[in-house]
Design a protein around this ligand. Sequence first.
Ligand code: GAL
Length: 782
Amino acid sequence: MSDREPAGRPPRLSRRGFLAASGAALLGAAVAGSAGNAAPGPEAVRLGDFWLFGRYDEGCTELGFDELDLAPVQLPHCVAPLSWTGWDPASWQDRWIYRRHFTASAGERHTARFDGVMTDAEVHLNGRLVATHHGGYLPFEVELPDVVAGDNVLAVVVDGRWALDIPPNLPRSPGPSVIDFYQPAGIYRTATIAAVPRIRLTDVFARPVDVLSPGRSLHLTCTLDAPVAGQVTASVRQAGRELAHGAAPVGGKSVEFDIGGLDAVRLWDVEDPALCDVVVTVRSGLRVLDQRVVRTGFRDARFTPEGFFLNGRRLKLFGLNRHQWYPFAGGALPDRVQRRDAEILRRELNCTMVRCSHYPQSTAFLDACDELGLLVWEEIPGWGHVGDDAWQRQNLADVAGMVVRDRNHPSIVVWGTRVNEANGTTAMYDRTGRLARRLDPSRPTSGALASTTGARYAGDDVEILAYNDYTARRGAPFQLRPPRPGLPYLVTETIGTLAGARAYRRTDTPGVRQQQAELHAKAHDLAAADDRYCGLLAWCAFDYPSGWQRSLGGLKYAGVSDIFRIPKPAAAFYASQVDPAARAVVEPGFAWDFTSQPSGPGPGSTIWSNCDRLLLFLDNRPAGEARTRRGDFPHLRYPPFTADLVVPKGRRPQLRIDGYVGEKLVVSRRFSGDRGSDVLSCIPDDPELRADGTDATRVVVAARDRFGTLRAGTTGVVTLELTGPGDLIGTPTLDFGATGGAAAVWLRPFAGPPSTMTLTAHHEKLGTATATIRATQNTTRS
Ligand code: GAL
């Protein structure tokens, strides 16, 4: 045991502090930690560190199992080491064991909660099976009935085999390549353990009603896990102030009541995502039995045949689909990294909506969507095919798990209760749709229909006709199907790698990379042209691992950003669709590079910008004005520009683009044609992390021109060296020849005292760059 952490070092679990706390102190703690509907209370301890892990072995769930061959790991965790490409499903298709020792006080009630285990889990406590769970995308909570004083062992058997009859797996199909994404196994989201009250509030659904009228109210449904004779009170708070409160007697296991007096509430909107906390307390006499804080937001979201309306105002939904997979770690990156994807979508790509394709995603991602004003389509796991009866029963369990976990998120505006593009099982979809509407009468249900046959299969469950529109084929002018009259109509996918090139890689020619931006801009232009389109969610935000057809080396290069979340030229179109008062944008769609184009990018080069005018300069000498492409994109809010960028062979001048709004110069960018002055950069997303053994951040390592623009097509190998107490989630070398001159790794400090980590990246021609990250004292218990 000498080279591994001693078992049982984490904090002792006890509710004594919780029960002794006064109502006010308790409330403070709870509000500070406020989160989604089913999140653990403030008493939960995160089980991040001190796990022991290995392949499943005879007896591995037993109390006295010899742990010598198990490896110490942290959560979130993926069972197999992965690269950024070429994932091999055989590496995770097995059964695995995770063991965690903990100490606790006997006689108290304990639960463990797992936010996501891929794919099936069996939980054993002190050698006894206490629970099983099917499916990799939703949380489950486990009673731990026989916790003893002193050392306890939680043993979790994780089954990552494709042969499971669990969506999206299909045991009778040839293997994981029949669906278009890989799903590596592991306890890949957070796990917590808690000493909990004897009687608990297991669920609070806070449903805003009549949001647009001053008489708006909040309908509360509170569920307990045992009958109580007492009182439930609720306080609705916004920006630290109580807006209203209410109470109701409870004489059983659930109670519903309304809270009015909410005329002063600030509505939640994509531009101003004002949230509310609802603090719910159950008392028996004067005794507090349990308390829970859920977060909600008051907004009115309506899909109509005439378009989408948020709080009574027309909003053209502008968005992308998101897969949750990352290089090296699969899905196993912590909350901060999940949240970052929402930030990229909302703040960098200006999306107002994301589709969680094709499964419920992490609560951290959804919390960030709530906070940033990013609307969400969430759907049950599945892709393209439907399984047998048992499999379809799991669809129902997934609908229930998804809706109950997430119905307090104001960002979510539709439930996808169909399996993506799996048509024809209308009877089953009637049941999934009905179940979602029973659990949440406030949101419509739908399902993304396939491009070829989809429209014929719409049933009662389809309150929005959602269509994956891949009807435009390679070579043909890009077009969308017309909206279907009489039903709200949303384009849930388009483009991908079906309308244009087979892949959009940083290593592809400038022409191919530009084509992706043109197609995305055209699709959104067409959707903007007709009010009946509620909006368009294109395929897709980030490249993703897949063995399905058209993947190259195990990756689908359909993202407007790559799998490292580094923008490709297509991202420039999205970046430019923002009010210049918020952010003035000038992003060339071309590469200012003379390696493969000795006369420059040529006539008709596109510049994505939200400015009114763009003036060009070559080596600081005026070189004309870019022309608007309004004619090509009549309906985009900010159409791009075009410029003839031809230079005499042998010259590599500096390009400057000045952007004006009215008469005012709002942005000026320079681009170097001289690769000789390129540099290596090493830029972390966050300068500071928590030293809790879980927290992590991305570091982008890239070749850039001397003004900071990515230089695609740079080759050579970057070597990475990490000093300081932490892990490099990534490989010690990055092959720029394969990634196209940019890639990323993630850094995770060890749990412990404050420290500093330094990542040094070295490239033979570009030199050396470093990133320094401080890890501060862990303030959350882990
Ligand atoms: C769609 C599918 C997506 C993705 C895309 C590929 O049919 O819904 O998940 O596979 O095709 O371009």
